[in-house]
Design a protein around this ligand. Structure first.
Ligand code: B1M
Length: 212
């Protein structure tokens, strides 16, 4: 099958076509991770670039996001690995003011599929909520996501709030999202930046001393 059509369906925001193509790819044995990394994410990048260039608008982004989510709903159960081992507990959320959740949910799914317990707080999460979740769960990792240059700086407040609550030495803080980089992570006092969902899992294991 021509998997490029899947990228086109994401760009067009065509949910029925996208999900049908994903089902077909899965039945032909294409690895879920390949479908996500090589075709679905490419579609989101394309529509994002068009939006940035004034060639697409918010409704286009919403339709593409809906198609992407429909595809990830099919693929998410297939990412699940051996859940009998727990590498640790992760609290994850998109920071205050930011409503983007596709990438964050992908990271959450990869953590789950790799044997971590995940508490996914959702979007638009305040520093207080992150701290409360850490206190309630005793999580080993706090994973923060931001997609906007206007919201990424809020991560500093979250790190500060974790410190003020006396939890900083009990939890590793990881950050991610398209506008971030490693330099930014160290500026806000996080332990690590990772550029994608796969790397997030690898780095989390390393931070906890559980790398294989
Ligand atoms: Co928004 N948006 N958006 N948007 N949107 C971007 C981010 C933008 C780059 C588009 C552009 O201009 N080219 C731009 C930001 C510009 C900037 O800040 N400099 C932008 C804008 C401007 C906006 C609005 C302001 C538009 C408006 O209203 N005028 C508005 C803001 C709303 C808000 O948040 N307050 C807005 C709204 C939206 C929608 C709601 C329409 C929709 C989101 C739907 C949803 O998430 N439910 C949307 C979308 C879809 C996008 C783009 C097109 C795609 C994002 C996406 O899902 N990518 C995006 C353009 C782009 O990114 N190219 C854009 C696919 C996803 C798999 O990748 O999220 O990067 P990503 O996640 C990756 C990595 O970043 C990393 O791993 C993930 C998987 O590999 N990662 C982590 C992410 N989080 C991590 C956490 C970790 C580790 C890794 O923790 C350890």
């Amino acid at each position: 099958m021509e998997l490029e059509k899947l990228t086109d369906a994401i760009v067009a925001g065509n949910l029925p076509t996208a999900t049908a193509l994903v089902n077909e790819a899965v039945s032909e044995g294409v690895a879920p991770q390949t479908i996500i990394s090589d075709y679905l994410i490419k579609g989101m990048e394309t529509i994002g670039a068009r939006f940035g260039a004034g060639q697409a608008f918010v409704p286009n982004l919403l339709m593409s996001a809906r198609a992407m989510k429909g595809c990830l709903d099919i693929l998410k159960p297939l990412l699940k690995g051996d859940t009998s081992v727990s590498f640790g507990k992760v609290v994850i959320g998109t920071v205050k003011g930011d409503l983007h959740d596709i990438g964050k949910n992908l990271v959450a799914s990869m953590f789950e599929g790799s044997g971590f317990e995940v508490v996914n707080l959702g979007i638009d999460i305040s520093a207080d909520k992150f701290v409360t979740a850490l206190q309630e769960t005793g999580a080993d990792i706090l994973a923060l996501s931001a997609l906007l240059t206007t919201t990424m700086n809020y991560m500093k407040e979250v790190v500060q709030a974790v410190e003020n609550a006396g939890l900083r030495d009990k939890v590793k803080i990881m950050v991610g999202g398209a506008p971030l980089n490693a330099e930014f992570a160290s500026e806000v006092g996080a332990d690590a930046y990772t550029s994608d969902a796969n790397e997030a899992v690898v780095v989390a294991k390393r931070l906890l001393g559980r790398a294989s």
